[in-house]
Design a protein around this ligand. Structure first.
Ligand code: ZN
Length: 241
């Protein structure tokens, strides 16, 4: 009996792990969001979620600076409040900051008023600390309904998901991440990475593979003629797909 329970538990963990690695939930909620841009230019947007992190964001910023890349960071409001100097550095180095909500809570649990408050307060915090006004919003885990999309757009935001998910929070090999992206990349893609957190939380984690992916990816994409840009720059050169 115990053996059956243990093997069932192992099987359940295996199925969940496979789901996390191979399935991208954003596919289900992409409708009427920006997830890829139609363009003839070989440009793709590089995005990082869940920061700022006092450990990983500075390392990522160092790599971006070396490779001369500007990216978009979808920040969590309470991380901005906790680590304002890191958020400030992101802005000072010319990167774009997007709104990823204050608590990283799933939107389905919010009333319309709470949703509005969550976004407004995150924008207020980012504005106070970095001087940037957020106009792009990314829902935590891409969980968002039609009603929430309408509400967020009415607030003046563009909802940004992604077309290529690095799965850097479950893929622990920089070379594999680069190979996966190179195999699938198209003009106008939006790439998802994380500068904070791990499998179960948005703080801490081990983002060392994310850090080491940046120079590898930058070099390979440059060889193929692709330029890594911010979401704003990608949108300014094409139409929403
Ligand atoms: Zn997130």
């Amino acid at each position: 009996m115990i053996a059956i329970l243990i093997s069932s538990a192992i099987l359940a963990v295996f199925i969940i792990a496979c789901f996390c690695v191979f399935f991208d939930q954003a596919i289900l909620t992409r409708k009427e969001t920006i997830y890829r841009v139609k363009t003839n230019e070989k440009k793709v947007a590089l995005t990082f979620d869940d920061g700022p992190s006092p450990v990983w964001t500075p390392k990522i910023l160092d790599e971006l600076k070396k490779a001369d890349i500007k990216a978009t960071f979808f920040m969590i409001g309470h991380h901005v409040a906790e680590y304002p100097d890191v958020a400030k550095r992101v802005a000072q180095e010319g990167h774009e900051i997007g709104n990823h909500g204050y608590t990283h809570g799933a939107l389905i649990y919010y009333t319309t008023e709470e949703l509005e408050e969550e976004l407004r307060y995150t924008d207020f915090m980012i504005r106070q600390v970095t001087g940037q006004i957020t106009k792009y919003y990314r829902p935590p885990k891409a969980w968002i309904t039609k009603r929430e999309k309408e509400k967020i757009k009415a607030m003046g935001y563009h909802i940004v998901l992604w077309s290529l998910n690095s799965k850097d929070w479950v893929t622990f090999d920089d070379k594999y991440i680069v190979k996966y992206i190179l195999r699938n990349i198209q003009n106008g893609d939006i790439l998802l990475f994380h500068d904070s957190g791990g499998v179960f939380k948005t703080e801490g984690g081990d983002r060392s593979e994310t850090v080491s992916t940046i120079p590898l990816l930058a070099e390979k994409l440059k060889e193929r003629g692709f330029k890594l840009v911010t979401v704003n720059e990608l949108l300014s050169g094409g139409e929403n797909d």
